[in-house]
Ligand binder design. Structure first.
Ligand SMILES: [Zn+2]
Ligand SMILES: [Zn+2]
Length: 97
């Protein structure tokens, strides 16, 4: 697999491990290998490496983040303290009224 923006080969992968619990229940687990250096954008399903994505933690590629009105908010939420986040969410709640 390659990054859809710069084309470089990607490391790591996401695997689904299926098994059976001793109780008989079927279980599935999604495991991302620790060296994974890419994301699959949640909005457009593009596969991009972390070099081509400024905020991989959001799960969105740069293009979708920019398009999204939430860009500034996401950036804020990524870097704020818990107190700031609570204040922010409180303000959002008031806006919604
Ligand atoms: Zn790339
Ligand atoms: Zn995208």
């Amino acid at each position: 697999m390659n990054c859809e923006i710069c084309g470089r080969a990607l490391r790591g992968e996401i695997a689904v491990i299926r098994g059976r619990h001793p109780s008989g229940k079927r279980i599935a687990r999604i495991v991302a290998s620790p060296d994974r250096d890419w994301i699959e954008c949640e909005a457009c399903s593009k596969v991009v490496c972390q070099d081509c994505c400024e905020h991989p933690k959001t799960g969105l590629c740069d293009a979708c983040l920019e398009r999204s009105q939430l860009f500034d908010e996401l950036q804020f939420v990524e870097s704020c303290t818990i107190d700031e986040l609570e204040e922010f969410l409180e303000a959002k709640r008031k806006e919604g009224l």
